[in-house]
Ligand binder design. Structure first.
Ligand code: PFF
Length: 448
C-alpha cells in the first residue's frame, strides 16, 4: 500500500510543532518557570532544548525516515530479528497511555472553554471560589467524562481523515491561529498595570538560583515538550519526504516550541504579578489562578474565551500525534483499515481515560503502587517510559545503526553541505552526550 507523506516543509513543521506545542507549553512550562526561579530556569531550559534534546529529536526523525515505517515496524526493519523490537513495542504502548490521560486534561479545557463562553468567569470571583469550582468539577463523575469523550472524538475525527488531509491540514490552519491567540493574550497581559514586574521575573536571570533540581526539571520539561521518547516524532518522521532537510525542520520545530512557551509565559506571568499573586502557584495555575485573574480583569471574559480555545487547539494538535502512533501500527502491522484502527485506539484510550478521570472522584481511594490511576499514568510515562524510550532510541542511533547510514540520512546522501559539516558534532552529541544527559534525568526522576 502507498504510504502517505507530508506535502511540503511547512506541512512537516506544523505537524511536528503541533505535536510539540501543547499543554506542556501553556500549563507546565509557566508553572515550572514560576516554581524554579524565573529567568534562571529559562536559561538552563534553552541549553537543554537546543544542545541535548534537539539531537534526540533528529535521531527520532532519522529512524522514522530511514525505515519509512511505524514505531514498531521501524525497529523490525532497521534491526531485524533482534530484541530492539521491544523498544518498538514500548514506543507504541506509551503514547496510548499518554493520550488517555492527556485527553482527560483536554476534556477539562473543553469544559472550561464552555464555562468561559457562558460568562462564568466574570464578576470578581475569589481565588478560593475558583479553587473549589475546579475541585468540585474534576471530582464529579459525568462532566469530566463528557469533556474527555468530546476531546477524544475530535482527535479521532482528525486522525481518521489521514496524514495529509487530516493531521497536516488541521495543523496548517490551527497552528497560525494558535500563535495569533497567544500573542493577543500576551499583549493584553503586558498592558495590565503592574505587569512589568512579571516581565522582569521572566527576563532577568538570577544565576544563583541554578541547582541540580532546576537542571533536572528543565531537562525533563524539554523532553516532554519536544514529545521525545514516545514514538510520535519517529512516526511523523516516517512521513517526511526524502528531499526534506532533517536538521532544518527539527531546528525550526524546537525554535517554534520554545518561542511558544515564552509567549505563554508572557501571557501568564505579568497577569500573576499584576494581581499580586505568588508565581509559585504550581499545577493549579491554568484552571484556578487564571480563571480568577480573568474574572477580575477588564475584558477578562474575552481573554478567558481566547485562552481556553488556545488550550484546546494546542492539546488537540498534540493528542493527534500520540493517537497516530497506534493507528499507524495497526494499519501497517495488523492490516486494519485506517477507520478500524482509529476506532480501536479510541476505545482503548476512552476506557483508560474514564478510569483516569474517575480517579479524582469515586476511584480516588483506589491506588496502584501508592498512586491514583491518573498519577500512575502520568508518572509512569513522564518519569519512566518516556526517558527510557528516549535513552534507548538515542543508543540505537548512536551505537546500533551504522554510522554511515545515520550520516547518510542526516545529509541526504551527502548533498546537504552544511549538514555534512555539522554531522561530526551532531553524531558526537547523539553517541556520547545525549545518552549521559538522559540517564541523568532518568536517575533524578527516580530519586526525587
Ligand atoms: N509535547 C506535548 C506538550 O508539550 O504538551 C506533550 C506530548 C505530546 C508528549 C506528544 C509526548 C508526545 F508524544
Amino acid at each position: 500500500m502507498e504510504r502517505e507523506n507530508f506535502g511540503n516543509r511547512f506541512g512537516v513543521l506544523v505537524a511536528m510543532a503541533g505535536s510539540a506545542i501543547g499543554l506542556g507549553n501553556l500549563w507546565r512550562f509557566p508553572y515550572l518557570v514560576g516554581s524554579y526561579g524565573g529567568a534562571a530556569f529559562i536559561f538552563v531550559y534553552i541549553f537543554c532544548v537546543f544542545l541535548l534534546c534537539l539531537p534526540i529529536f533528529m535521531s527520532e526523525v532519522i529512524v522514522g525516515r530511514r525505515s519509512h515505517a511505524n514505531a514498531y515496524g521501524a525497529f523490525k526493519k532497521l534491526a531485524p530479528g533482534t530484541r530492539w523490537k521491544w523498544l518498538g513495542a514500548i514506543s507504541v504502548i506509551t503514547p496510548i497511555i499518554v493520550v488517555s490521560y492527556y485527553s482527560v486534561v483536554g476534556g477539562w479545557s473543553v469544559e472550561y472553554f464552555l464555562k468561559a463562553c457562558t460568562l462564568e468567569f466574570t464578576g470578581g470571583m475569589s481565588r478560593s471560589e475558583m479553587g473549589s469550582m475546579f475541585g468540585d468539577f474534576i471530582s464529579s463523575v459525568w462532566s469530566p467524562i463528557v469533556g474527555h469523550t468530546i476531546f477524544l472524538l475530535l482527535t479521532a475525527a482528525i486522525v481518521i481523515s489521514g496524514v495529509k488531509s487530516g493531521i497536516e491540514k488541521f495543523g496548517k490552519i490551527m497552528m497560525p491561529v494558535l500563535f495569533v491567540l497567544i500573542i493577543l493574550i500576551a499583549v493584553r497581559a503586558a498592558t495590565l498595570p503592574g505587569a512589568g514586574e512579571g516581565l522582569r521575573y521572566l527576563f532577568k536571570p538570577d544565576f544563583s538560583k541554578i541547582d541540580a533540581s532546576v537542571c533536572s526539571a528543565a531537562l525533563g520539561q524539554a523532553f516532554f515538550s519536544l514529545s521525545l521518547g514516545v514514538g510520535t516524532i519517529l512516526t511523523y518522521g516516517s512521513y517526511v519526504s526524502r528531499k526534506e532537510n532533517i536538521a532544518v525542520s527539527s531546528t525550526y520545530t524546537a525554535t517554534a516550541d520554545f518561542l511558544f512557551a515564552m509567549l505563554a509565559s508572557c501571557a501568564i506571568m505579568p497577569a500573576v504579578f499584576a494581581f499580586g499573586l505568588n508565581p509559585q502557584e504550581g499545577p493549579g495555575l491554568v484552571f484556578e489562578t487564571l480563571p480568577f485573574i480573568f474574572s477580575n480583569m477588564p475584558l477578562g471574559w474575552i481573554v478567558a474565551i481566547l485562552f481556553f480555545l488556545a488550550l484546546i487547539v494546542a492539546a488537540l494538535t498534540s493528542s493527534i500525534s500520540l493517537y497516530e502512533v497506534g493507528v499507524a501500527y495497526l494499519v501497517e502491522e495488523k492490516h486494519y483499515s485506517r477507520r478500524g484502527a482509529s476506532i480501536l485506539v479510541f476505545l482503548v484510550a476512552w476506557v483508560l481515560g474514564i478510569l483516569c478521570s474517575l480517579s479524582f472522584g469515586p476511584l480516588s481511594g483506589f491506588h496502584i503502587f501508592g498512586q491514583t490511576i491518573f498519577n500512575l499514568f502520568d508518572k509512569l510515562s513522564a518519569n519512566v517510559l518516556m526517558p527510557a524510550g528516549g535513552l534507548l532510541l538515542v543508543v540505537f542511533v548512536g551505537w546500533v545503526m551504522k554510522k554511515s547510514d545515520v550520516i547518510d540520512e542526516f545529509t541526504n546522501g551527502g548533498t546537504l553541505k552544511t549538514n555534512v559539516r555539522m554531522s561530526g558534532f551532531v553524531y558526537f552529541l547523539i553517541r556520547y552526550v545525549c545518552p549521559v544527559a538522559v540517564l541523568a534525568v532518568f536517575a533524578s526522576a527516580l530519586i526525587f
